[in-house]
Design a protein around this ligand. Structure first.
Ligand code: FAD
Ligand code: SF4
Length: 452
């Protein structure tokens, strides 16, 4: 037993070095570090950590296996509930879920559950094929290969269903591939994870936009059940003057160009226009990812957020790393106008200051404008990262599904049509990887029960 109140630190790339490249920042545990950290786990009789996990990981069981250096066993226990451990270990908000509940956190630091999950996934020879049952003759279509679609597909393929995923892009993974940058989640990790699930016989049909290339109705007709998991990735912009200026982008556009189109390379067909001074508006993971991406081009980079450091919705580690990388945080501030020159290029923003008010019913601090606090900042690029909504091309020409505020309305993932299910961000709005996976798992369970 390791009584250390502090968790075992993980090696990271040096902050001076990493802002010049897109290499992964966190380097993972060595065997000695993982066993040392696993030895901090109390193997609680009532493991609170499990109560915090949306997919029901048997956390103490696989931590015990790590402790005893039985990595294959640890992997098998993890695989019972998750086919994406290398991804979850890296990007799940453990600090708000399993680690938040861990009793070691009451006096000291919680067990580094995410880092241990990642250690298992990165260090074991993996295969899921041993889990596959005989084909049962039932055909399922899934719209979207993000974490929700992939999880549902995996659970169904394991049970012998013939699963086809229709994916709009030329590659799988959804936000995992185009959104989360290489320095947090390398695309080769996403590819490796998805290759493993494809070996279960899952077919992915790329470059196919359901609702455009092929209609939702035809898919519904051709399959025994359909799961719609097409995410919510239409970026939102503030309704302020100047949005049309050259140099105003969404974080999604920036991240897609860099992650999928090599926008960081001069020879790219769609290179990034490198700003001198960039302001990213927002305070969540998307804002951090966009700011940290721009910072790697050498630009002075600011994050402008309406509330304070304490209310930032981004993961704690990401915020710390962004600060280390030299990103400047402008708190209690919002733009009210984007300033442009006669050539329609961004030259700055007019901003106002806020102060915090009372805590609202949603638990968030309210904000009040400070009168006459207007001031201008100089910049040549503004990137919005203030949330997104469902685009729903898949359903826009279809009057067969009920929509609610642009999202698909589903009751426990069941839509208004029999055997058509929906889940993940397209139902909840932007959430997290693990919540999307949870929806995929629950839907697979329902499909299995309903098609028995
Ligand atoms: C930049 C960024 C960083 C994030 N960081 C984190 C993080 O650190 N931790 C975390 O837990 N969460 C994070 N999130 C949120 C998380 O990634 C999402 O909640 C999650 O990916 C949602 O999964 P999904 O499967 O529902 O949708 P998505 O991942 O959006 O996948 C939807 C898929 O459907 C496809 N599609 C869309 N329309 C169609 C159509 N008409 N036909 C066919 N295919 C279609 C898309 O191309 C995509 O592949 C982040 C999000 C972003 C944008
Ligand atoms: S709550 Fe923490 S200490 Fe207890 S079993 Fe879970 S990870 Fe181990």
């Amino acid at each position: 037993m390791n009584d250390d109140l502090k968790r075992t630190p993980m090696s990271m790339l040096d902050k001076e070095e990493r802002i010049h490249n897109f290499n992964e920042v966190e380097l993972g545990y060595t065997k000695e570090e993982a066993i040392k950290e696993a030895n901090r786990c109390l193997q609680c009789k009532i493991p609170m950590c499990m109560k915090g996990c949306p997919v029901g990981h048997k956390i103490p069981e696989w931590i015990k296996a790590i402790k005893e250096d039985r990595l294959e066993d640890a992997y098998k226990i993890i695989s019972e509930v998750s086919s994406l451990p290398a991804i979850c270990g890296r990007v799940c908000p453990q600090e708000q879920q399993c680690e938040k509940m861990c009793v070691r956190g009451l006096k000291g630091e919680a067990i580094a559950i995410g880092a241990l999950e990642r250690y298992v996934a990165d260090n074991v020879e993996r295969s899921l094929e041993y889990l596959k049952k005989e084909p049962n003759g039932k055909k399922i279509a899934i719209v979207g290969s993000g974490p929700s679609g992939i999880t549902c597909a995996t659970d169904l393929a394991r049970e012998g269903f013939d699963v086809t995923i229709y994916e709009a892009l030329h590659r799988p993974g959804g936000v995992l591939a185009w959104g989360i940058p290489e320095f947090r989640l390398p695309n080769k990790i996403v590819d490796k994870e998805i290759n493993l699930v494809e070996k279960l016989g899952i077919k992915i049909i790329y470059d196919t936009i359901v609702g455009k290339t092929i209609s939702l109705e035809s898919i519904i007709k051709d399959y025994d059940a359909v799961y719609i998991a097409n995410g919510a990735n239409k970026p939102k912009f503030m309704d302020i003057p100047g949005n049309e200026a050259n140099g105003v982008y969404s974080a999604n556009e920036l991240l897609i160009r860099v992650n999928l189109m090599d926008g960081m390379l001069d020879e790219s067909r769609t290179p990034i226009k490198v700003p001198k001074i960039c302001y990213v508006i927002g305070g969540g993971n998307v804002a951090m990812d966009a700011a940290r991406t721009i910072r790697r081009f050498g630009s002075e980079t600011h994050i402008m957020y309406r509330r304070t450091h304490e209310e930032l919705p981004a993961l704690g580690d990401e915020t710390i790393q962004a600060e280390e990388e030299g990103i400047i945080f402008d708190y209690l501030t919002t733009p009210i106008k984007i300033l442009k020159d006669e050539n329609n290029k961004v030259i700055g923003m007019e901003c106002i200051k806020y102060e915090l008010g009372e805590k609202g019913e949603d638990g968030r601090m309210s904000i009040k404008e400070i009168p006459n606090s207007n001031y201008n900042v100089n910049c040549d690029q503004v990137i919005y990262a203030i949330s997104s909504e469902a685009l729903n091309i898949a359903t826009r020409d279809s009057d067969i599904l009920h929509l609610k505020n642009g999202l698909i309305f589903a009751n426990e993932n069941e839509t208004s049509i029999e055997n058509v299910y929906a889940g993940g961000d397209t139902v909840t709005g932007p959430m997290t990887v693990i919540k999307a996976m949870e929806a995929g798992r629950k839907t697979a369970k329902k499909i299995i029960e309903n098609l028995k």
